[in-house]
Design a protein around this ligand. Structure first.
Ligand code: 5GP
Ligand code: ZN
Length: 116
């Protein structure tokens, strides 16, 4: 389940430092090291799953936990009024740099569209 060469698995195991933003049974949230918005949190399942592309029907509960942690954090950080964005990059063309599924939660400023 844990991948010893994975940065996020190491953070989840508390073997690498990170600023935690929240947690529930199946997911953790950490502040992004290189924030792209005033609020930039990564919501990460504790299970090592490569990306959203590898998610299966057995992960239904985990996806529910992921979404509910996102909603809780967005509310806690007062993003629910003006809105926010969630992004999950997949693979090389998607711009994924850490191969452990994570959802970027971005907010606190007007975000542009389309992305680069
Ligand atoms: P990706 O490029 O895979 O969509 O997103 C990876 C994100 O993880 C990037 O936004 C990057 O800044 C962040 N990141 C990479 N390494 C670390 C780390 O060690 N700690 C934290 N908190 N964020 C990281
Ligand atoms: Zn991992």
């Amino acid at each position: 389940m844990t991948n010893i060469s994975c940065i996020f698995c190491s953070i989840i195991a508390h073997n690498l430092p990170a600023r935690f933003a929240g947690e529930n049974e199946e997911c953790v949230a950490i502040w992004d090291l290189n924030p792209q918005a005033p609020i930039h949190i990564l919501v990460i399942p504790k299970e090592h799953i490569r990306s959203l592309h590898e998610v299966e029907s057995s992960h239904a509960g985990l996806l529910q936990s992921l979404i509910s942690l996102i909603q809780k954090l967005a509310t806690e950080h007062h993003l629910d009024g003006d809105g926010y964005r969630i992004v999950s990059n997949i693979g090389k063309h998607g711009g994924q740099t850490v191969d452990h599924l994570h959802i970027h939660l971005l907010g606190g400023r007007q975000l542009n569209w389309p992305p680069g």
